[in-house]
Design a binder for this molecule. Structure first.
Ligand code: ATP
Ligand code: MG
Length: 555
């Protein structure tokens, strides 16, 4: 169920309002807790919008906390990209923290739990621990080391910290109940030994807290009132509460919402990393990626992503959102913001035979019909233009209102032309289309009032600029790429035709000087954004999206 009605509060808003009303909390404090092991994706954007959005709405604050408890996978490259992406999305965190800031405190609390008889050092291997955990229907088996004395546990735990043991030789476990119906409560591991350099604490530690032990306590240290995470953590909540109760520290509470899933893409950092590492995409910011940096490079605006997150609402049950809804939010935003220009992706010459070779004209064109303040520009006209290859057909069906011998068409902003024929090369390929123009039709209307059905875009071949254009299709060919046949992986569902590069497109000269990430609507073709590879004298555009949802039709 989606809470789509914006006047209706979502369940998190209801909880918060109640907590504030009842005086359970004075001010709300949330956090966004990414693990710096990859770049953020659109699912994270959802979490960011919720965490920052709720705090903003209720006058509270949001911390950015890096959940850096696994040194093997984490890196400062990821830390930097995460910060950049959150800022770009338009949010500001109150303070920047790291779970690793709390390693000493977490260690001291672990000692406290040992002293209370609530934690013990286990010598079982990971494999043994897994085997002895039991199943959902049968109880687990107590570790033979479970009843070690407090003194022995304290001494062993200290030696773990001092590096006396190798990876996997020992763990620290909470002493709860090996028959607990919730598997997470069956003496969960609190610390493991990893002799690896951490991107912040370097070699200071060789024991690292598990997510479940670090997360709630970090929340508590920061006085997080509402710790919002995704649904899969609901079975971790009893453990979250258990640690906080046993330690008698600030009572943070965890609330879960459904993670965002979108069709035709994958959203696990592990899989996105695989796409990058194995070269299926050009990088984390490949415009086909669902990462924030990929969407940015593709031409998405922060507003469109925020609107999308707002629009889909906060769900309590897992659901799958159609990719077209993300594009819908984007179109709404770009329609207001993007200047219109003319560009030809598959150029073919249009020669106007009754127009003198030295004839030039400058016509008024509207920059953005949605925004008068954007004003007008001039587009130049001559006897040689470029038009789109498929705007001409030698033998056209009845309802074809573009160029075909004998038929009239309006050139956007300019004149009415009448097709007279075409030139072909030795292979029969059309190389130029010929026409005559009606000099009386300047601006696009016939003086005798005759109706012209088709309007096409064009550029002046005599002063246009050339550019590269990259067109994208879905990265995956199936709605749920993770759904695979036996023996296949999500990679088997990649769409082999997700990228088309057009090297010699023609654009009106108004685009000279376009800067990276500038956005335009190319009339009839879609929204385009200037790519990072673009240079002043060799522009490169990404098609952000088409003007209408072309995927819906294909279904
Ligand atoms: P992934 O599975 O992609 O690696 P993760 O959950 O391991 O994601 P974290 O860095 O731990 O990634 O996520 C930070 C926060 O973002 C967490 O609170 C997590 O619940 C949330 N989050 C991650 N993916 C989604 C998603 N698809 N929808 C909503 N929230 C998400
Ligand atoms: Mg995670």
């Amino acid at each position: 169920m989606l809470d789509n009605d914006k006047t209706q509060k979502n369940f998190l808003e209801e909880i918060i309002e109640k907590d504030l009303q009842e005086g359970k909390v004075n001010a709300i404090q949330t956090r966004f807790p990414p693990e710096p092991n990859g770049y953020l994706h659109i699912g994270h954007a959802k979490s960011i919008c919720i965490n920052f959005g709720l705090a903003k709405k209720y006058g509270g604050k949001t911390n950015l906390r890096f959940d850096d408890t696994n040194p093997v996978k984490e890196d400062t490259e990821y830390v930097d990209s995460i910060k950049e992406d959150i800022k770009w999305l338009g949010f500001e965190w109150a303070v920047e923290r790291y779970a690793s800031d709390y390693f000493e405190q977490l260690y001291q609390w672990a000692v406290e739990l040992i002293k209370k008889g609530k934690a013990y050092v286990d010598d079982q291997t990971n494999e043994e621990i897994r085997q002895n955990r039991g199943t959902v229907t049968s109880a687990g088996t107590n570790s033979p080391y479970r009843d070690r004395s407090i003194e022995e546990n304290l001494s062993l735990f200290e030696q773990m910290r001092e590096g006396k043991f190798s990876d996997g030789e020992k763990t620290l476990r909470a002493k709860i109940d090996m028959a607990h119906p919730n598997m997470n409560m069956r003496d969960p591991i609190m610390y493991r030994i990893i002799h690896a350099s951490h991107h912040r604490t370097q070699d200071k530690w060789c024991i690292y807290p598990m997510y479940d032990y670090a997360h709630g306590q970090s929340d508590s240290i920061e006085n997080i009132t509402h710790s919002i995470c995704t649904l899969e953590f609901d079975i971790h909540r009893p453990l979250y509460d258990w640690f906080i109760n046993e330690l008698e520290i600030f009572p943070s509470h965890q609330y879960e919402f459904a993670r965002l899933n979108i069709t035709y893409t994958v959203m696990s950092k592990r899989k996105l990393l695989q796409l990058v590492k194995e070269g299926y995409v050009s990088g984390w910011d490949d415009p086909r990626m669902p990462t924030i940096c990929g969407l940015r490079r593709r031409g998405y605006t922060p507003e469109s992503i925020r609107d999308f997150c707002e629009d889909i609402g906060v769900a309590k049950r897992d659901n799958l959102i159609d990719y077209s809804r993300l594009e819908g939010s984007l179109r709404d935003d770009l329609n207001k913001k993007a200047d219109r220009v003319m560009g030809v992706l598959h150029p073919i010459k249009l020669i106007i035979d009754n127009c003198p070779d030295d004839f030039t004209d400058e016509l008024d064109a509207v920059n953005n019909p949605e925004d008068e303040s954007k004003g007008m520009r001039k587009v130049t006209f001559s006897n040689t233009l470029y038009i789109e290859e498929d705007d001409f057909m030698e033998e056209a069906p009845k309802k074809y209102f573009r160029l075909t011998p004998g038929q009239e068409v309006r050139l956007r902003y300019a004149y009415i032309v009448k097709c007279t024929g075409c030139e072909k090369d030795e292979n029969g390929r059309v190389v130029a289309v010929h026409c005559t123009y009606d000099p009386e039709s300047r601006g696009g209307n016939a003086t005798d009032g005759r109706k012209i059905k088709g309007t096409i875009h064009w550029v002046n071949a005599k002063d246009c600029i050339s550019a590269e254009v990259r067109l994208f299709d879905r990265l995956f060919a199936t709605e749920i790429p993770d759904k695979v046949e036996e023996g296949e992986t999500f990679l088997d569902n990649l769409n082999p035709n997700s990228l088309t590069v057009l090297k010699d497109c023609k654009m009106e000269k108004a685009l000279l000087g376009a800067k990276v990430l500038d956005k335009y609507q190319f009339e009839r073709l879609g929204y385009f954004s200037v790519d990072y590879d673009s240079k002043e004298d060799s522009l490169v555009f990404n098609r952000t999206c088409t003007l209408k949802d072309s995927w819906a039709k294909q279904k």
